[in-house]
Design a protein around this ligand. Structure first.
Ligand code: SF4
Length: 321
């Protein structure tokens, strides 16, 4: 971790969802702590259903009413969970930008693309109508959208999934945020567009000095974009550390398995399935899939330990006690 004061600091975050049918709320995020410093790109990686997107949405308080959130989320020293709604609305799309996943539902279907990108430019950067219109075309062009003028006049349903994803990226960076949360920014994109979006995010962060929290299941994207990475499994952060070191020498057995399963590696699938919330086993949640599981792993939940042999790294596994 860099020595500067974190811009975003999450402490012991728990997120549970109340069930309609009653019963115990389901735990989706289970005691996660992490921090992102100014200008740093932090990647949160893990399989689908691990809780990483829910964690991302909780930062801007965008979870549904059934969510029960406990813990602390500090942004630039402000406790986001206690911030009045008016101040939170000003942060959203301004100081904190969001590239949500699911382009099919995240754009307003009845507003033209241009209007949706211009809104943060006018609202958060206070650009004149003319300046905002020029910025809009520049942004769409930088994102590789063909015929930016024509695209700006179109409605979301007239665009492909990849084009919608790029428009969402444009909206996310339009307000020149200090922190950009990008939730699966390359999901569903072909290799060429994926590279364009990754390059654009990297450039946008570099040019504006923004910090980024990138939530992704794509390890290549994380390796390309991130300074540090956190690995999330069954709602728990099981490993964290500098990206280059973590990818070169994973400590946690889940991280090692995740890397071995990547398309550019051995493509060796992880046996079994990630447990659904409510079905997480006692002890270490990874033990049914772990080749190193010991008796203790089945009984006791491992605590997070700073890697003594590997400074700057954290790992939650009994092998490193
Ligand atoms: Fe495997 Fe045990 Fe470590 Fe869990 S605590 S990852 S089961 S060795």
């Amino acid at each position: 971790m860099s020595g500067t004061k974190p811009l975003l600091e999450i402490r012991n975050l728990h997120i549970r969802f109340r069930q309609r049918a009653g019963g115990e709320p389901l735990t989706v995020v289970d005691g996660v702590s992490l921090s992102v410093s100014g200008r740093e790109t932090f990647g949160l990686i893990g399989e689908s259903g691990s809780g990483k997107s829910v964690l991302g949405m909780s930062i801007l308080r965008l979870l549904p009413g059934s969510a029960v959130v406990e813990g602390t989320i500090l942004y630039d020293g402000d406790d986001l969970m206690q911030l009045p709604k008016k101040r939170l609305r000003r942060l959203r799309g301004g100081s904190i930008g969001l590239v949500p996943q699911n382009p099919a539902t995240s754009l307003n279907p009845v507003l033209r693309i241009g209007r949706q990108v211009i809104e943060p430019l006018r609202l958060h950067r206070r650009l004149s109508r003319q300046q905002a219109a020029a910025q809009l075309l520049e942004l769409l062009e930088r994102l590789g959208l063909p015929e930016p003028e024509r695209t700006s006049r179109q409605y979301p349903w007239q665009l492909s999934g990849g084009m919608k994803q790029r428009v969402l990226t444009a909206i996310g960076i339009a307000g020149r945020p200090r922190l950009l949360i990008a939730d699966e920014p390359t999901k569903g994109l072909d290799a060429i567009v994926r590279k364009q979006v990754v390059d654009l995010l990297a450039n946008a962060a570099r040019e504006s000095g923004a910090a980024m929290l990138v939530i992704t299941h794509d390890l290549q994207v994380a390796a390309k974009l991130c300074d540090r990475v956190g690995v999330i499994y069954a709602g728990q952060l099981v490993e964290a550390g500098p990206a280059a070191e973590l990818f070169a020498r994973p400590l946690h057995p889940y991280t090692a398995a995740l890397l071995a399963a990547a398309p550019n590696k051995e493509l060796k699938p992880i046996p079994g399935l990630s447990p659904a919330p409510g079905l997480r086993p006692q002890g270490c949640a990874f033990h049914p899939r772990c080749p190193h599981a010991m008796d203790r792993c089945r009984r006791e939940r491992p605590v997070s330990a700073a890697g003594e042999q590997a400074p700057g790294r954290e790992v939650r596994c009994w092998l490193y006690e």
